[in-house]
Write a protein that binds this ligand. Structure first.
Ligand code: PRP
Length: 206
């Protein structure tokens, strides 16, 4: 049995559809109620529905053999797992955003609000800019509106949240998409099952 950690929500459903299309259907995800585990013995898979930011934790500790997680979380947390495949789903961008007319004249320490404090910190270190990073957990776009920060580092997908709050992308840091990851020990001992799944996915994506 392969234990697979899936991110709850829309991305998880899309990924499950993709896995189902190559023979790994778990069942009807839209009819789960409050259940968090779904199993298909004949397909040899058991899915765990977990918070997106927890997928890599389950995989790193071996509670799940493989998982699907956004590149944003892999870059932020740098878990000790193997990244096997870019699923090309859930595409978005990690960006610096702020008021449309904002220009950084470098005269004072830049205040940056983000959920992704490690990504933000590494980005500003790479360009040699001194920053104060303010950790938030959601609704990041509020920070520059209320003067809590000058800019934000956040995910931009459609751009609607920025537009509706009179903000704009100032810099693009990196493209993001969902990745298939594996526990390092599982990859050694269940390599055949894991590689078969990865290769089937890779074929349909191509
Ligand atoms: C994410 C992100 C942005 C928004 C971007 O927030 O933090 O706020 O989506 O998407 P868009 O470009 O399509 O508008 P999420 O919905 O995860 O909620 P949060 O504010 O609680 O982080």
């Amino acid at each position: 049995m392969l234990n697979i950690a899936l991110p709850k929500g829309r991305l998880g459903e899309k990924v499950h559809d993709l896995l189902a299309s190559v023979g790994y259907a778990g069942g009807d995800l839209s009819d789960m109620g409050r259940r968090l585990v779904i199993e298909n013995e004949s397909a040899g898979v058991r899915y765990f529905l977990v918070k997106p930011s927890d997928v890599a934790i389950y995989v790193e500790h071996g509670a799940a053999n493989i998982g699907i997680v956004g590149k944003d979380i892999l870059e932020e947390d740098r878990p000790d797992v193997y990244e096997l495949l870019d699923l090309k789903l859930g595409r978005c961008r990690m960006c610096v955003a702020g008021p449309r007319d904002f220009t950084d004249d470098g005269s004072k320490v830049l205040r940056v609000a983000s959920k992704f404090t490690n990504i933000a910190s590494r980005y500003y270190t790479s360009i040699g800019r001194e920053v104060d990073i303010i950790k938030l957990n959601g609704s990041i776009e509020l920070a520059p509106l209320l003067g809590l920060s000058d800019v934000i580092v956040d995910i931009v997908e459609s751009g609607n949240t920025l537009r509706e709050n009179d903000l704009a992308v100032l810099e693009e840091i990196m493209p993001i998409s969902a990745r298939l990851i594996a526990n390092k020990v599982s990859y050694q001992f269940q390599s055949q099952e894991i590689c078969t799944l990865r290769d089937r996915l890779s074929e349909v994506i191509a």
